[in-house]
Design a protein around this ligand. Structure first.
Ligand SMILES: Cc1cc2nc3c(=O)[nH]c(=O)nc-3n(C[C@H](O)[C@H](O)[C@H](O)COP(=O)(O)OP(=O)(O)OC[C@H]3O[C@@H](n4cnc5c(N)ncnc54)[C@H](O)[C@@H]3O)c2cc1C
Length: 410
């Protein structure tokens, strides 16, 4: 049994912490927000989780919402603009995923962590506190997401594609949206040069809802959020932008209302890769996980999926390490393994933020090729499957040609 402390009770910290308790370790989580703070606060994410990551949570006994949460069963992609209308339109089924409001999920997981014997301390951790924590455990992990402590970890310039935010993301949870007639879909609408409108069903505090992500290119015509001060103004601008830039979707939004006044969020992240092995002033090493290592723009919905997959891999690696010290070399190995797996989510997201012409060709070709459309959806579920074909022109051409020849799987 090892003594492990995790700073941050978010997706990565809690899934890992609960898993480690199940494997017989002694685990403490120190976080700066209580269950009540989170449940009563603003939404944190749109947290669309695809099948692979959801299956890992289910395996750990952590999916308490299978009955209540509407499933995400496929993907529907459209690209166009107000003048020309929809120019690309394809849909494909996916193995089921789901999106459970983190205001529900995180407090429930905090309960579960304590029920399994873990200790939660509420405290805002700085470097001095991290030093004290590191001195009292075998392994200190930092899972503080976008919090200030992340700045302690050096930016990995070689692995970062951007040094500034690429989108302002406006997130809105609503009730009353007109349902689709086919399946619960991860809907992606692209208005080239303007932004994206991504929406899908989810579960929030007041029941099933729809979650809207408007991804507004900074400085572009959708970047109008500066004067928005109230929840009513937030919803009004959301609907205005849908009508103006994605009119083919507008008829589904005529009767929507906010799920609650905290069901809104607007902000921008700089997609960032950090060197996740840090050195405290004492010389002790700490390992950053989740968003600390790889922070993606929300557009393709990869961060929670990475948190889940990374937590599962790390849980196994910690137990497999036995009684050996969790030294810097071990942490570097873990960090490299996480990069080997999760880099493809960053590449997918960064490519979608500024898609080169060959990516637009892929999207166009999906319209006539169910097999290619399936491969694209499978790539959102597991971006590693895109390594050979989504990130260079030659690979894309080859993939388009090979999918055109073969019929889709049933
Ligand atoms: C608008 C938006 C939409 C998104 N949509 C999706 C999506 O659809 N699909 C998807 O997969 N991902 C999405 N993400 C990303 C996803 O939410 C994150 O990647 C995921 O929550 C990261 O998990 P984490 O554990 O690393 O950090 P978090 O879940 O953010 O947890 C960090 C925790 O650390 C605590 N903390 C912070 N600083 C300190 C400190 N100094 N001391 C103690 N505790 C501290 C925080 O209170 C928090 O509880 C979205 C993100 C945003 C912003």
């Amino acid at each position: 049994m090892r003594k492990i402390t995790i700073i941050g009770a978010g997706h990565a910290g809690l899934q890992l912490g609960i898993g480690l308790l199940g494997q017989g370790h002694e685990v403490t989580i120190v976080s700066n927000r209580s269950k009540e703070d989170i449940a009563q606060g603003k939404i944190l994410s749109s947290q669309s989780m695809y099948n692979m990551a959801v299956a890992l949570e289910r395996e750990q006994g952590l999916l308490f919402w299978d009955e209540a949460c509407p499933p995400l069963e496929g993907m529907h992609v459209r690209a166009g603009n107000a003048e020309a209308g929809v120019m690309v339109d394809f849909r494909t089924r996916m193995p089921a995923g789901q999106s459970v409001d983190q205001r529900l999920k995180i407090p429930r997981w905090m309960d579960e962590f304590e029920r399994k014997g873990g200790t939660i301390l509420i405290s805002d951790v700085g470097i001095a506190e991290a030093e004290a924590l590191a001195a009292q455990c075998d392994l200190l992990l930092v899972a503080t997401g976008k919090g200030e402590l992340g700045k302690f970890f050096e930016r990995d310039d070689e692995r970062c594609q951007y040094s500034a935010p690429q989108r302002l993301t406006a997130l809105t949870y609503v009730h009353g949206m007109k349902p689709r007639e086919d399946f619960g879909a991860f809907n992606i609408n692209v208005n080239p040069g303007i932004g994206e409108f991504v929406h899908f069903p989810g579960l929030t505090l007041s029941g099933p809802c729809d979650i809207i992500n408007l991804e507004c290119i900074l400085g572009g015509p959708m970047d109008r959020w500066t004067d928005v001060k109230t929840p009513e103004q937030h919803l009004a601008l959301t609907l205005e932008l849908i009508h103006e830039f994605f009119p083919w979707e507008a008829h589904r939004f005529t009767n929507v209302k906010l799920t609650d006044n905290n069901g809104i969020l607007a902000g921008a992240v700089t997609p960032t890769v950090r060197k996740p092995v840090g050195t405290l002033p004492s010389g002790r090493s700490v390992l950053g996980i989740g968003d600390i290592h790889i922070l993606n723009d929300p557009m393709t919905g990869q961060g929670s999926n990475n948190a889940s997959k990374g937590a599962t891999r790390l849980m196994k690696a910690i137990t497999a390490h036995g009684n050996r010290p969790f030294d810097r070399d071990w942490m570097q190995e873990i960090a490299q393994d996480n990069w080997n797996n999760a880099q493809w989510s960053a590449r997918l997201t960064n490519t979608m933020l500024n898609p080169p012409a060959y990516v637009l060709n892929i999207l166009g070709a999906c319209q006539g090729s169910p097999k290619l459309a399936q491969a694209l959806a499978a790539g959102f579920n597991d971006p590693r499957t895109m390594a050979d074909w989504y990130f260079d022109e030659q690979g894309a051409e080859h993939m388009i040609a090979s999918c055109a020849e073969a019929p889709a799987a049933a």
